[in-house]
Design a protein around this ligand. Structure first.
Ligand code: BES
Ligand code: ZN
Length: 629
């Protein structure tokens, strides 16, 4: 199949990688990885050169069978990096296999890796290194065909003074002298380059299930083991809904606080932010989400970043199916309501007329996929699938399709068009004209290519949200009133009691309770900024500023900063400098920057803590608050 990827500079239509072997040395002192990559390549056309993606790599040599080859690193494309062209001594025919070795090292500009000083870790004694390759950062730690359309197996031998983990199965390790060890890994299931991942540091593991270990710095490993106890039940539910789990192990690595995402579905080893280790299992949705990627994204992969929604929309859909299986349909509905709100916020941020709001955006101008990252592929994608589910006759018809989709496309990289063609074929073959007629009532073109909000109102069940809306309404209507005596500390506790009376919801489901406070606060962020006396009263009654759950903390601070409520500013500064998850820090920086007396504070805070942030986060925050790079 021809490959089109506007986000890669490689000559994908001429040659394909089948396997990558990485031989790396980690130097914490020099803050770099050096060594070589060996790419097994297959010519898919007659070809006389190999063009690979690189970004800020220091390329030392390129060879085949120990014969050095001429190579050239092109001038940098602002977002796609620098093409590395290796010239073959003579053109080779289609079907030829080559083993290309590239010697290189990373530099301090590489965006895929963050080296942390000991002071930036929990234990404060050892340095730490971790990578984040999605979407197009793999090219900044290995020269490769950095396209999700290319699926490879990989192996690695990494020499390091501290324990190394990768998104693969660990096979052996041996002493390498001088206090170093070499760790060996293999990934036998084909996967795209953006799923190669590494972490090295003072890491300790605890077994949490038959195929799962949780890893973190020793100081928090017990807490992590407790938090992620439900992991196996999520995997097992995924297997029930879809196909047997393919990857052998499902380990979780809890990273230091600068990890820029909530979670990252690196195969065999999900990476998560420590902000979800809340001590009450209230952020389990992130793990359910990353587990769902084991099928949607990692087995069935988008062919390029224009179809990113196939990864994330499907994953959110499966994540909510898993939650519904374990906690009931009402919880899926509730989670979808929260998602709809996130979608509205993204559409408002970009503007309803922005090309960034399109489910399948056009990236042909070489735009950085990170710049388009938002809730749109997640939630518009989820809503399209949810709408199809309802239209064809509900879960009884849609769930078997979901499984068939995975069986059909496992180990492939696919486009929206392939997904849609199989949807129609499946429904035709299994349910005939009646269901195909229903499918034909859907305006696919507007869903897939239209801007702004989706063309259909999903009408989620608001049973769980109603009480949050009601309380928000009371606060909204209290503006201008001096008598706030109707509000009591137990207002939000009532959420729990009502929740317990709902039979489907498990008792003491803190994920659900947390969500209720979030929905209450979100509703208020849709209203005019609240007067300061109301915010002060709310804080006094509900102790909002004290709540440590990161999602609640984020929404509360957002509400306050939107009202330029200055007593919250120091807490915002504290929150955005103790963790670097973009979902929280970017909106807070943007709001603070716009708030009364906040612009300088936002800039000063960022500049003072610039080194703390992961390079991906730093670049985006700088765009958010108008700092020139
Ligand atoms: N794969 C994403 C993270 C990602 C996407 C990184 C695009 C880089 C580029 C991951 O699965 C994800 O969606 N994480 C979410 C978790 C959430 C939806 C539960 C996050 O980080 O917030
Ligand atoms: Zn995801």
């Amino acid at each position: 199949m021809a490959l089109y990827d506007p986000s890669s500079l490689a000559n994908l239509s001429e040659i394909r990688t089948t396997h990558i072997h990485l031989n790396w040395n980690i130097s914490f002192d020099e803050r770099k990885i050096s060594g070589h990559a060996v790419l097994d390549l297959l010519a898919v056309a007659k070809v006389d050169k190999i063009v690979l993606d690189t970004s800020y790599l220091d390329i030392k040599s390129a060879s085949i069978n120990d014969q050095d080859l001429k190579f050239h690193v092109a001038d940098r494309h602002p977002s796609l990096g620098s093409a590395l062209t290796v010239e073959l001594p003579q053109a080779v025919e289609q079907g030829t296999k080559l083993k290309l070795k590239v010697d290189y090292s990373t530099t301090d500009k590489c965006t895929a890796v963050q080296f942390l000083d000991p002071e930036q870790t929990l234990g404060k004694k050892h340095p730490y290194l971790f990578s984040q390759c999605q979407a197009i950062h793999a090219r900044s730690f290995a020269p490769c065909q950095d396209s999700p359309g290319v699926k490879v197996t990989y192996s690695a031998a990494v020499t390091s003074p501290l324990r190394v983990l990768m998104s693969a199965l660990h096979t052996t390790e041996e002493d390498a002298g001088n206090g170093l060890k070499t760790y060996h890994f293999v990934q036998k299931t084909t996967m795209p380059s953006y799923l190669i991942a590494i972490a090295a540091g003072n890491l300790e593991g605890r077994v949490i299930g038959p195929r799962s270990t949780v890893w973190s710095e020793p100081e928090m490993v017990e807490k992590c083991a407790w938090e992620f106890q439900d992991t196996e039940s999520f995997i097992a539910t995924g297997e029930k809904l879809l196909t047997p789990y393919e990857w052998g192990r499902y380990d979780v690595l809890v990273l230091p606080p600068s990890f820029p995402y909530g979670g990252m579905e690196n195969p065999c080893l999900t990476f998560v932010t420590p902000t979800i280790v809340a001590g009450d299992k209230s952020a389990v949705d992130v793990v359910a989400h990353e587990i769902s990627h084991s099928w949607m994204g990692n087995l069935v992969t988008t062919c390029n970043w224009e179809h990113f929604w196939l990864n994330e929309g499907w994953t959110v859909f499966v994540e909510r199916k898993i939650l519904a299986y374990l906690h009931g349909e009402l919880e899926r509905q509730f989670s979808a309501i929260i998602g709809w709100k996130a979608l509205k916020e993204s559409v408002n941020l970009f503007g309803a007329d922005s090309p960034a709001t399109i489910l399948k955006p056009d990236l042909s101008s070489g735009i950085d996929p990170d710049d388009y990252f938002s809730s749109i592929p997640y939630e518009k994608g989820f809503n399209l699938l949810y709408h199809i589910e309802k239209t064809v006759g509900g879960p009884a018809i849609f769930e078997p399709f979901m499984k068939a989709h995975v069986e059909q496309f496992a180990s492939q990289s696919i486009s929206t068009e392939q997904w849609k063609a199989f949807l129609f074929k499946y429904m035709e073959d299994n349910h005939g004209k009646e269901v195909v007629d229903k499918l034909n009532t859907i305006d696919f073109d507007t869903w897939i290519n239209g801007k702004g909000m989706p063309p259909v109102d999903p009408q989620f069940d608001t049973t769980l949200a109603d009480q949050c809306y009601a309380l928000a309404k009371r606060w909204d209507e209290a503006r201008g009133s001096d008598d706030l005596s109707g509000f009591t500390p137990s207002d939000t506790e009532k959420f729990t009691s009502t929740q317990k009376s709902v039979l489907w919801i498990r008792k003491s489901n803190s994920y659900c309770y947390r969500s209720m406070i979030v929905v209450f606060l979100e509703r208020l962020t849709d209203c005019e900024p609240l007067p300061h006396n109301l915010l002060a009263k709310m804080d006094d009654l509900y102790k909002m500023t004290e709540i440590r759950n990161a999602d609640v903390r984020f929404r509360w601070q957002q509400l306050c900063v939107m009202a330029s409520y200055k007593p919250i500013y120091p807490h915002v500064v504290e929150f955005v400098t103790e963790q670097g998850r973009m979902k929280f820090v970017r909106p807070l920086y943007r709001l603070l920057y716009k708030a009364e007396g906040g612009a300088e504070l936002a800039k000063d805070t960022y500049l003072k803590h610039r080194k703390f942030y992961h390079p991906i986060a730093a670049a985006l925050i700088e765009k958010d608050i108008g700092i020139q790079q």
